[in-house]
Design a protein around this ligand. Sequence first.
Ligand SMILES: Cc1cc2nc3c(=O)[nH]c(=O)nc-3n(C[C@H](O)[C@H](O)[C@H](O)COP(=O)(O)OP(=O)(O)OC[C@H]3O[C@@H](n4cnc5c(N)ncnc54)[C@H](O)[C@@H]3O)c2cc1C
Ligand code: SF4
Length: 332
Amino acid sequence: MHAFEFVRPADAAAAVATAAQAKTAQQGADVRFVAGGTTLLDLMKLNVETPARVIDINRLPLNQIEATPDGGLKIGATVRNADLAHHPTVQRDYAVLSQALLAGASAQLRNMATTAGNLLQRTRCVYFRDTAMPCNKREPGTGCPAITGTNRTHAVLGTSEHCIATNPSDMCVAMAALEATIHVQGPKDARAVPIGDFHLLPGSTPHRETVLEPGDLITHVTLPPPVVGSRQVYLKLRDRASYEFALASAAVVLTVAGGKVTRARVALGGVGTKPWRSPEAEAALVGQPANQANFRKAAEAALRGAKPQSENAFKIELAKRCLTHALQMATA
Ligand SMILES: Cc1cc2nc3c(=O)[nH]c(=O)nc-3n(C[C@H](O)[C@H](O)[C@H](O)COP(=O)(O)OP(=O)(O)OC[C@H]3O[C@@H](n4cnc5c(N)ncnc54)[C@H](O)[C@@H]3O)c2cc1C
Ligand code: SF4
């Protein structure tokens, strides 16, 4: 690993001021925050990330889970994935989030991984992680070998001719279905970003993955008040039963009355270049009887824009079955 300076700021303002000296908040940033380190240190060992300064934010008071005045939930940036998954309020009111977190990584990793770090975890694309290979995300303008190479685990939704990498997070898929908001403290002001606007599609700039700018510190995430009577499921399909990223996953938050769907929030994982909320599936569900045929129609709608690569066409049918089954589980 290359040499770097390790900084422990006294407070959030000092952390933001130091990080604001970076030229970019994105790939290649020379100053970076570290929380659990399970993404950043991993990539530093591979020389994929080479920051000159690493700012440890673990001592900042950002590790609380609290009720908000409107009845929602405030989750601090450094709350560990394990603590969030096992929090009684999350288990009771936001079960899809608890399920998604527990489906991710391993118990050891979940004890380290944080809320903000999970939001910003990088793709598992093998070319991105290998500095001997070109990669538009790691080195803009060098090309995307995945398009003609190994792409079985890559995305089928939201891809571009410049990058087809999958966003690997489970937590973000549940947060998309729960309509979470990301709260950011920047050098000048604080702002709140709906999760649907937080991650960017690759387009012609796959090295830009989020709307964060230099100095931006995620302070917390808020969830709206729970939807009374909603049924929630996170279903993850993968090559082995644990400690593996999703080939396809689905997060559903569904309300059913009189046998009909009255409200639906649907997001997909493992198939998109960002956590993939599906308004198409939601529109197909609302007002319809909650049955297998309509669940399948919603899944068809969700994957209508999917574009397969040479090795991953199977993901389209897999994702449809995953969503159909998740909807069945939620209404069983
Ligand atoms: C072997 C392995 C298996 C895994 N399996 C899964 C899986 O199945 N599902 C899944 O979802 N995830 C999986 N993960 C990923 C894991 O969930 C992430 O690595 C973890 O959530 C990142 O959190 P962290 O706190 O360790 O982040 P860090 O490594 O500390 O940080 C990650 C990034 O976020 C930035 N950052 C951190 N905190 C802030 C902040 N407050 N404000 C602004 N920027 C910040 C850092 O600068 C860095 O760029 C796996 C990881 C490993 C190593
Ligand atoms: S898919 Fe994206 S991350 Fe993977 S090689 Fe292509 S540009 Fe790089």
